[in-house]
Write a new protein. Sequence first.
Length: 247
Amino acid sequence: MPPFASNWAFFLDIDGTLLDIAALPAAVHAGAADFELLTALYEAAGGAAALVSGRPIAGIDKMFAPLKLPAAGQHGVERRDARGKVRRHALASETWRAAILPLRRYAAQHEGLIFEDKGLSIALHYRLAPELEEDVRAAVRKAAAQLGERYEVQPGKMVLELRPGGRNKGIAIEEFMRERPFARRVPVFLGDDVSDEYGFTVVNRLGGHSVKVGDGPTVARWKLSDPSAARAWLAQWIAAAPVESGP
């Protein structure tokens, strides 16, 4: 792992990175120790710490309440900057609702499938029904074709997501890095899934530290074995870094 420096800006995925993956998205919970770790990281980094997740910002806030960090939700379709201003890059239109309705019904008809409506994107989880993977892929791609080029399919760990195109975690990190208190710092991004590769690519280009959590091919320059190792590494940085002034 890279030697610690006090001028890092942190970007953290949640599921599979900061917290262990569960069979159901709703089963992932942050404990008191996780809250304390994020609070300490935010303070030690002078406010330059953001959560970058496929979850919606409202879900992120609920998970870590009452803490509200800068955050990019739904893979960057929505983003809250360090001042608390939220920008959303899509609207839930009638065309969108009509396209995802068959997916909602499909999930209801098959035991083990979980349909997750995030507001501006959806996820169809098949972790509990892996034998349906090909059918799930076909159903999501059919909905994407109905919506046209403005939407795209995002694969993940036992999940397929359908979301507006033109946004990803890498773009969100770039936007944060142009703003205070992230600007002129060295970006550090921890992620575990295919969608995090966008972030790794951007961080590599910016001369930062990309950290893959878990196994699998990646463009990340560093690796940690699991979320427990990621939390321990972050705690080590907090202990080593001088406390910065607030944002």
